[in-house]
Ligand binder design. Structure first.
Ligand code: MF3
Ligand code: CO
Length: 246
C-alpha cells in the first residue's frame, strides 16, 4: 500500500509526538526510576499533544510504551521494576494523530554500562540506519533487512528472526512485514508512498527468543543482552524520510 503526501504529513505529526516521547524519556531515565514511571512520562506527552495511544489496548496490552531492560528483547510491560546503574533499557513508543500512526524505539544505557553493552547499542542503531539507507524507490524490500543483518553480524552480534518490522499507516501493523535479515527470496519493489517501521532487534549472543508467561515479554533464550531501535520511514522520490523525529 502507498500513502499520499497528505497522509504522510499526518504520520509526520504522529512521528513528532513519538519523538517527543523519546526526548522526555531520555531525560527521565536514571538509576532508580521504575518502568511504570517511564510509562507515565510517555502518557503525559500523548495527553499534552492530544494524541491517542496505539499500544494501550492493542490485543489487551496494558500500557502506552514497552519497557525492555537488558535480556528483554521487546514488549516488556511497565511495572514496579526499578532500572539500575549498568542496565540498558529499550523503550518502544507509538502515537496516533488524526487516525495516522507513528512507531519508534531506542535503547539507552542507564548510568555507566559495560563497553560491550555500549557497542551493542551503537551497532543496533547503526544497523537501523543502514536499513533506512536502502529505502529508495526502485530498490527491494529485502534489501532493508539484508543491510541491517550485515551490520549486526559484521559486529559479531545476531538478529532476531521471530519479530520483524512492518508497514504502518492507519493501523500500527500493516502488511508487508519488514524482516531484519535476508528472507530467502527477493522482496517487492519499494514504491513512493510506502511507509515502514523498520526495527532491528539485535542480540549479543544467539538470536533465539523465549516468550514469558505474561504472554508479552520476549527475552533472549541465552539470557544475554538485546537492543532495539526503530523508526517510521516514508519512501519518497528524494529517498527515505524519517517521520519519527522532532
Ligand atoms: N511497537 C511495537 C512494534 O514495533 C508493537 C508494540 S505491541 C504493544 O511493532 F502491544 F505493545 F503495543
Ligand atoms: Co513497530
Amino acid at each position: 500500500m502507498t500513502r499520499s503526501e497528505s497522509e504522510i504529513a499526518k504520520m509526520r505529526l504522529a512521528g513528532r509526538v513519538v519523538a517527543e516521547m523519546h526526548e522526555k524519556l531520555r531525560e527521565a531515565i536514571r538509576p532508580g526510576v521504575t518502568t511504570s514511571e517511564l510509562n507515565k512520562v510517555a502518557a503525559g506527552v500523548l495527553e499534552k499533544r492530544g494524541a491517542r495511544s496505539n499500544f494501550l489496548g492493542y490485543h489487551g496490552y496494558p500500557a502506552v510504551i514497552c519497557t525492555s531492560p537488558n535480556n528483554v528483547i521487546v514488549h516488556g510491560i511497565p511495572g514496579e521494576r526499578r532500572v539500575v546503574d549498568g542496565d540498558i533499557i529499550s523503550l518502544d513508543c507509538g502515537a496516533i494523530v488524526e487516525g495516522y500512526h507513528g512507531d519508534a524505539a531506542f535503547t539507552a544505557p542507564v548510568g555507566s554500562v559495560s563497553a560491550e553493552a555500549l557497542r551493542l547499542i551503537e551497532v543496533t542503531e547503526h544497523s537501523l540506519w543502514a536499513g533506512i539507507d536502502a529505502m529508495w524507490p526502485g530498490r527491494r524490500l529485502h534489501e532493508i533487512g539484508k543491510a541491517v543483518q550485515e551490520v549486526a553480524e559484521q559486529a559479531g552480534f545476531s538478529v532476531v528472526r521471530e519479530y520483524v518490522g512492518h508497514a504502518i499507516g492507519t493501523e500500527m501493523h500493516e502488511d508487508p512485514q519488514v524482516p531484519n535479515y535476508w528472507p530467502g527470496a527477493p522482496g517487492p519493489m519499494l514504491k513512493i508512498g510506502n511507509v515502514f517501521a523498520v526495527e532491528p532487534m539485535v542480540n549479543l549472543g544467539t538470536p533465539a527468543t523465549r516468550l514469558l508467561k505474561d504472554g508479552w515479554t520476549v527475552v533472549t533464550a541465552d539470557g544475554k543482552l538485546s537492543a532495539h531501535f526503530e523508526h517510521t520511514i516514508a519512501v519518497t522520490e528524494e529517498g527515505p524520510v524519517v517521520l519519527t523525529v522532532a
